[in-house]
Design a protein around this ligand. Sequence first.
Ligand code: IPM
Ligand code: MG
Length: 369
Amino acid sequence: MQLNIALLPGDGVGPEVIAEGVKVLRRVEQLTDAPFNLETELVGGIAIDEVGNPLPAAALDLARRSHAVLFGAVGGPKWDDPLAPHRPEDAILGLRKALGLFANLRPVKVFPSLINSSSIKPSVLEGVDILVIRELTGGLYFAKPKKRWQTSRGRRGVDTLRYTEGEIVRALRVGFELARRRRGKLTSVDKANVLESSRLWREIAIELGKEYPDVELEHMLVDSCAMALVRTPSRFDVLVAENMFGDILTDEAAILAGSLGMLPSASLAGIPREAGRRGRPALGLYEPIHGSAPDIAGQGKANPIATILSVAFMLRYSLGLSDAGAAVEQAVERVLEQGYRTQDIAEEGAGSVLSTTEMGQRIVDAIEV
Ligand code: IPM
Ligand code: MG
């Protein structure tokens, strides 16, 4: 069966890192005989420039008829005008919403060979292996009202943090199910000392917890979670959080892994199934958690590893090719162990610093299925 993959490179370093993800896919295709059909569409700032819309119908249609989407990054100073009618970010937000991808998985793992590249002490990083599940289609990002307006007493702006019971249940369920497959511990993040939506979130977590007696459930306020993530990160297994809480905590957690350039993500419409049954792939969107990094775009400095690890996630969760996914992850590990680095994870005087394409090629060459 032919597997259709949508490529949405976007802006800044997006096209550079997606090109490396494509090389990995082509290598897996060769090694496994799984035919991939890759199609590309414009999204983000470049789509605003070319067709006046950050998420053109062609891109959304392509995503809808694909088995998986590989997304780069969107945005840049050129499109930052707060009064502009369109924003590049609407591309990714619109895709997540339109495809119903409410569960965003962001693993934070410290590769032993990178333990010295983090700004956090190695002793703190020992054994860090966290999976953050960020609720992705509700909460502060999407609920209405959401607007700015003029009043006689000055300008006002509003965003709304609203959740339905159904939205909370399905996000938490992904957390419980995945905690069960890992070390059996779930941290539910909220701000229940202040926010009503968080009190509801906590109440539902406690109720749902009764269905998962084998999972140890704890609740943590988001501010103290932010602190614990850098003080004692190895205490965490699975974290589950509201959309914006998850956004902020995962940029912070990326520092544990050495760089934002290391963190992949999968956005799914349900509980992930390893090796989705053959013939019935489950649509997912895969993207590095880093942004378009306009300051280094076009210079071959971007780290392609977050994208390549996102491809590994895609192979596993959408394309039913778990073994190939594991092979890609092992290839990344091997190349790092050999001392190869991109500039964001290079320690002064150690290892050799590669460009984006050189790092991609090293990893491709290290894949053994
Ligand atoms: C992320 C990004 C996006 C988000 C932006 C680009 C809209 O920061 O995926 O974490 O806030 O969700
Ligand atoms: Mg973010």
